[in-house]
Design a protein around this ligand. Structure first.
Ligand SMILES: Nc1nc2c(c(=O)[nH]1)N[C@H]1C(S)=C(S)[C@@H](COP(=O)(O)OP(=O)(O)OC[C@H]3O[C@@H](n4cnc5c(=O)[nH]c(N)nc54)[C@H](O)[C@@H]3O)O[C@H]1N2
Ligand SMILES: Nc1nc2c(c(=O)[nH]1)N[C@H]1C(S)=C(S)[C@@H](COP(=O)(O)OP(=O)(O)OC[C@H]3O[C@@H](n4cnc5c(=O)[nH]c(N)nc54)[C@H](O)[C@@H]3O)O[C@H]1N2
Ligand SMILES: [Mo]
Length: 723
């Protein structure tokens, strides 16, 4: 525990992917000041959100006591109750629902919150699995399309290591914005190092991002959801100009000829020329030709596609196309190259599992068959089960149940580490679904739009009020010491679930203190645990890890874990599914709600909802300093704004058939015409007519998953008018 005037180094975490290092000054049990890593380079420096964390810990609206709803769902009227009553009620409701409808009727919803080793989203999963099971989810909002594409192409998912950036002669940041997106602490620093070394940068993004402003030699604006068309046309240029690496393709891949037939139009009569792609993507054919030539002739070159463009209808095709280009240029497994994969890579650090990860299996999963469209790989084992609900389909499943073809009827929801109503598509449908449930429990730090629908709220403490550790893509591991006592009666995730487990009658839920767990988890990684605790972090300075290096250096002895042992440009597993929406080679498939959709006549603007600078999703939306720094606005191109009589700073109405949002407009050339961007995560704040004044993008998004499981928030048509 803190003594007066002490300083701690604390690994941070709020599902931004950072795990940066915060320097916390504590006096008399109170946090007095926050700074950041001031140790050796590369430093794990915090961004604006962590610098404002003191306002989060001491926020006047922190939830400090267990609460019971006394008003209507969504109204936000609650009264204080005891922990005993709160946990007793939840355990009683779970038992009732399980006995009346079966365990699948209880859905556990979660995303990230803090992803510590001891306190995380799995603590409640363990309790419910031991108590009889519950419905779990699949379809990670971040990158399910990427995961699917990795399984099909490489057999397992691997990201790129940002320490390798300065080794590239050319980097193509495809929808990647690391100046804002802290998905791996220090990526922007490594970008800057590469820039200093003379690496060339191309940024492909509908927006002129902060990253483009920082490093781009060339900005290529592209219509959302059309990236696979641009990539396939790049392949056309490489093939017809004989620029592809035939030796690499022959040695390491299977099925290139099938892809080539499609690209040249030999199988469907449509050659995928740059002109073909221009009509779809809005990128001039000449630009596609130039980028293709540059990527094919500069060695080594890293194509780094991010998750954003994959969060579209058929998003998995974009990832498959990127992997194919990386193979065609022979950049996979090479220093300074890339597998065309994401940039988050935790390198060589072991990632042992915390206590709550050991669920012992979910009885609901145990009885379930596999989905027909799940790949038969070990990674699909859980997520591929019919019993799992896709994150985009929860509201529909709650409203329709078995009658709608779902695995169960659903009666109860337990939510932890998520602002689910706000963060998943179609908020107006969510409201109806949550209103229809028999019981809702929420573990929260704040009265979020989701918490307002709870019957019972359990107050959770922040990472500064409990002991934990985090793994980061520095790469590094960081300690999270408890620097102050939990505020009010708030508790850690493990403590909450320990209490819940007791009420559920589980004797074996937990037999160790946080410290004992930590020591056990950390030992393989940090042999000198005491020194690690003092320093706050262990950083890895060695050479970058290169994805698939061992496979490429010696494929005979290190085959890819695919059926062919090679990189599968053509996937037999996908061919066997016989699903035209999951083709065996990467293809461009016209997304729903694209600009060619007949719906575009009524709703002509393509809406993206990017990840915000001042928030981690919806976290920090209520923090005054951050609201001041970066107000919630919709980016609108000057041309579109002028045509609608909208001026910079005007309030506008953004709407489609799913909902309506009133928000301020930022009129700018930094987003291409026909596209608008409303960052995700602003808190839903409806008036009595259900019109949102908070700027919540998911009021507008479609609750439909892509065939491979990708989240589709960036396939969304809207109209914008002056409010
Ligand atoms: N500051 C901050 N950092 C975060 C988070 C956060 O909330 N805030 N969240 C973290 C999490 S959990 C995740 S999953 C990652 C998400 O990381 P990303 O998915 O990379 O982030 P986004 O901002 O959604 O998208 C990145 C870029 O893609 C562009 N884009 C959108 N649609 C398309 C498209 O169809 N084609 C192309 N070419 N570009 C497109 C956007 O304009 C944006 O600049 O970020 C992590 N880091
Ligand atoms: N339209 C649109 N929607 C999106 C996205 C998008 O790009 N566009 N991105 C999606 C992605 S990639 C993701 S990962 C999801 C994120 O979706 P969520 O995880 O639902 O979003 P958060 O706002 O991070 O919500 C976490 C909540 O957990 C609470 N919480 C409870 N306990 C704790 C704790 O111990 N620690 C912390 N830190 N928080 C706690 C926080 O107060 C907060 O309300 O959103 C998805 N939604
Ligand atoms: Mo995410």
């Amino acid at each position: 525990m803190a003594t007066a005037g002490k300083t701690y180094y604390v690994g941070t975490d709020m599902n931004c992917g950072g795990a940066c290092l915060l320097k916390v000054h504590v006096k008399d049990g109170v946090i007095t000041r926050l700074e950041t890593d001031d140790g050796d380079e590369p430093q794990l420096r915090n961004c604006l959100r962590c610098r404002a964390y003191r306002q989060r810990v001491y926020a006047p609206d922190r939830l400090l006591y267990p609460l019971k709803r006394v008003g209507k769902r969504g109204e936000g009227k609650f009264k204080r109750i005891s922990w005993d009553e709160a946990l007793e009620t939840i355990a009683g409701q779970y038992k009732r629902v399980k006995e009346t409808y079966g365990p699948a009727a209880m859905i556990y919803l979660t995303t990230g919150g803090d992803i510590g080793q001891v306190h995380n989203t799995r603590t409640a999963v363990r309790a419910f699995c031991l108590a009889g099971g519950c419905t779990l989810m699949w379809g990670v909002a971040s990158n399910e399309g990427w995961m699917f594409a990795c399984q099909a192409t490489y057999g397992y998912p691997v990201g790129n290591d940002h320490r390798d950036l300065p080794n590239s002669k050319l980097v193509i940041l495809w929808g990647m914005n690391p100046a804002v997106i802290i998905d791996g602490c220090g990526t922007a620093y490594h970008l800057a190092l590469a820039r200093e070394k003379g690496t060339k940068f191309i940024v492909v993004d509908p927006r002129y991002t902060d990253t483009a402003a920082l490093v781009a030699d060339r900005w290529v604006p592209i219509r959302p959801g059309t990236d696979s068309a641009a990539m396939i046309a790049m392949a056309y240029v490489m093939i017809t100009e004989n620029l592809h690496d035939k030796a690499f393709i022959n040695q390491y891949t299977v099925g290139f000829d099938r892809f080539k037939d499609y690209v040249l139009g030999q199988d469907d009569g449509v050659p995928k020329t740059p002109e073909w792609a221009e009509a779809i993507t809005g990128v001039p054919a000449q630009t596609i030709v130039e980028v293709a030539r540059e990527y094919a002739t500069t060695k080594p070159a890293a194509l780094l596609p991010s998750k954003g463009p994959g969060r579209t209808a058929f998003g998995e095709q974009y990832h498959r196309a990127a992997f194919t280009l990386a193979a065609m240029t022979g950049n996979i497994g090479k220093v300074g190259g890339s597998a065309g994969s994401e940039i988050t890579q935790r390198g060589e650090i072991p990632f042992p599992m915390g206590p709550a990860m050991r669920t012992g299996g979910n009885p609901v999963d145990a009885g379930s068959p596999m989905r027909k469209d799940a790949l038969p790989t070990p990674i699909s084992k859980g997520p591929g089960l019919v019993a799992r609900l896709h994150n985009s389909e929860v509201w529909d499943a709650i409203l329709k149940g078995k009658a709608g073809g779902y695995y169960s009827d659903y009666k109860m929801v337990y939510m932890a580490n998520t602002n689910y109503l706000n963060q998943y598509p179609n908020v107006n449908k969510a409201v109806k679904a949550l209103e229809s449930l028999e019981f809702i429990a929420v573990q929260e730090q704040f009265m979020t739009p989701t918490a307002k629908f709870a019957d019972i709220i359990l107050p959770t403490c922040t990472f500064l009020e409990r002991n934990d550790a985090v793994w980061g893509a520095g790469p590094h591991v960081a300690y999270q010491p408890k620097v102050i006592e939990p505020r009010g009666e708030s508790r850690s995730h493990l403590a909450i679930c320990e209490g819940l487990a007791a009420k559920l009658g589980l004797a074996n839920y937990n037999d160790k203190t946080d410290e004992q767990w930590l020591e056990q988890i950390m030992k393989p990684t940090v042999p000198d645990f005491e020194r690690f605790k003092e320093a706050g972090a262990q950083k890895y300075y060695g050479p970058p890890s290169i994805p698939f290096q061992k496979e490429i250096e010696d494929i005979e002895n290190n085959p890819f874990p695919t059926p062919s042992g090679k990189i599968e440009i053509f996937s037999r597993q996908l061919a066997d599914m016989n699903n035209p929406l999951l083709p065996p080679i990467p293809k461009y498939i016209e997304p729903w709600e694209s600009r060619n959709d007949p719906l575009a006549k009524k709703y002509p603007i393509q809406l993206t909802s990017t990840h915000p600078k001042r928030r981690s999703h919806s976290q920090f939306d209520n923090i005054p300093w951050l609201r001041e720094v970066d107000p919630q606005v919709i980016w609108l191109n000057t041309k579109d704004a002028t045509a609608r009589g909208i001026k910079d700073g005007d309030l506008v109405k953004v709407f489609n058939k799913r909902g309506k949002v009133i928000v301020q407009a930022k009129v700018t050339e930094r987003v291409m015409p026909g596209v608008a961007d409303l960052p995700e995560g602003a808190w839903y704040n409806p008036d009595k007519n259900g019109v949102d004044h908070g700027g919540c993008a998911n009021v507008l998004t479609v609750d439909k998953r892509s065939p491979g499981g990708a989240f589709t928030s960036n396939s969304c048509l809207v109209q914008v008018e002056k409010a």
